[in-house]
Design a protein around this ligand. Structure first.
Ligand code: UD1
Ligand code: UDP
Length: 374
């Protein structure tokens, strides 16, 4: 009998990182029966990814509320997931990352006495306030999980130090790198097209791509990030493209402080393939995103990270990612160093793949088989 796996996800990054894995399992129907349940913690941004990967969920809980609080989303999810587990009766539940869906999915599987596989396990900052609430979500998910798919040896070591056995930990690479390398290579060799007319970009200017959405930066952090973007946009040689996250705590300050500025394009979240294409065209990425921090090195793009701490230290240690926090002057100074020095920019912009080699899905598939078939 094939192993019945239930993939549970709800936000854009979980979908980008789980679709390659579930597509890989679907290719072996004699080994795996794949069921997909989306909480739709994100609605539009989730659908953008489901469309890109042509994935049709078996169950769509459609739970997103505008401006949802952590209490609302977590309580509604847990209540809705009880029936999913009793209907599907999976052999294994698979969750990814550190969102509310990740934690509630793992907790629901635990209550249903279903083993749990955690993709992108072992990331840590050891600071429960940064990122909030993701650090707690991943610590708790790690405690609930039965099999852990760590992207890097460092992440696996973090789990071992917490008492997770080596047999239950697999270093697989990050499945998000499976996705980005596939799209990068497809765009380069013409088998994929972004479908975007980029002629609105001025080729004489350096493109800076900005994304930001972290809860711990809401309020003063966002004001300061926007003021830094404003100052960078005042340079004649710079053009900024900022796909703005739909969270109202992001939309409000960004629209108030940046709308209508020359050299700044505020746009809705891009579909995944166009976003990778945009990153390929960039001179510099400024972001607080976990996924973009992982993708930038594979595209050879320097990244300034709008955070004080990261759970992804490998690229920082390699010198291709730099933490700059949310202080306006620090962001502007670090960006200007890279804009003014092609040598430093080239050193930070080398292509390397610290988070995966594009084969994470295959390793996760083998690890599931050895875990459940032993
Ligand atoms: C969530 C995750 C965060 C992840 C991020 C990726 C939690 C606690 N946070 O943060 O870890 O890094 O997603 O983007 O799980 N919205 C829409 N349409 C969408 C998506 C969001 O309108 O497609 C708006 C809604 O008003 C929604 C709000 O954004 O209520 C917040 O969404 P939510 O998932 O709670 O938090 P994020 O800030 O997106
Ligand atoms: N992304 C996208 N469209 C955009 C911005 C980002 O497809 O307009 C992708 C990006 O390539 C990465 C993921 O979304 O794979 C990151 O999602 P996000 O920053 O929302 O979440 P995080 O990774 O911080 O949890």
């Amino acid at each position: 009998m094939p192993i019945r796996t239930l993939f549970l996800f709800g936000t854009r990054p979980e979908a980008i990182k789980l679709c390659p894995v579930l597509r890989h399992l679907q290719a072996s129907p004699e080994l795996f029966e794949v069921k997909v349940c989306v909480t739709a913690q994100h609605r539009q941004m989730l659908d953008q990814v489901l469309d890109a990967f042509q994935v049709k969920p078996d169950v769509d809980l459609d739970l997103m509320l505008p401006g949802q609080t952590l209490f609302q989303s977590s309580s509604r999810m847990l209540a809705a997931l009880e029936g999913v587990f009793s209907d599907v009766k999976p052999d294994l539940a698979i969750v990814q990352g550190d969102t509310t869906t990740t934690l509630c999915g793992a907790l629901a599987a635990f209550y249903a006495r279903v083993p749990i596989g955690h993709v992108e396990a072992g990331l840590r900052t050891w600071d429960m306030a940064q990122p909030f609430p993701e650090e707690m979500n991943r610590v708790l998910t790690g405690r609930l999980a039965d099999i852990h798919f760590a992207a890097t040896p460092w992440a696996a070591e973090n789990l071992h130090r917490e008492g997770v056995s080596r047999e239950r930990t697999h270093v697989t690479g990050n499945s998000g790198i499976d996705a980005v390398l596939y799209v990068r290579d497809g765009l380069a060799n013409g088998t994929l097209q972004s479908g975007i007319d980029w002629s609105f970009l001025n080729p004489a200017k350096r493109l800076v791509v900005v994304t930001a959405h972290r809860r711990e930066s809401f309020g003063t952090g966002f004001v300061s990030i926007c003021q830094a973007v404003r100052r960078l946009a005042s340079r004649e040689d710079v053009e900024i493209v900022y796909p703005v996250h739909p969270n109202p705590n992001v939309q409000d300050p960004v629209n108030r402080l940046l709308a209508g500025l020359p050299n700044v394009h505020l746009i809705p979240p891009l579909d995944y393939i166009p976003f990778v294409d945009l990153m390929r065209r960039a001179y510099l990425l400024i972001t607080d995103s976990g996924g973009v921090q992982e993708e930038g090195p594979s595209l050879g793009k320097p990244i300034l990270v709008l955070r004080e701490k990261t759970e992804r230290p490998e690229a920082v240690e390699a010198g291709t990612v730099k933490l700059v926090g949310t202080d306006e002057n620090r962001i502007v100074n670090e960006a200007e160093i890279l804009l003014n020095s092609p040598e430093l920019h080239a050193a930070m912009g080398r292509v390397h793949n610290p988070y995966g080699d594009g084969h994470a899905s295959a390793r996760i598939s083998s690890a599931i088989l050895s875990f459940l078939r032993k």
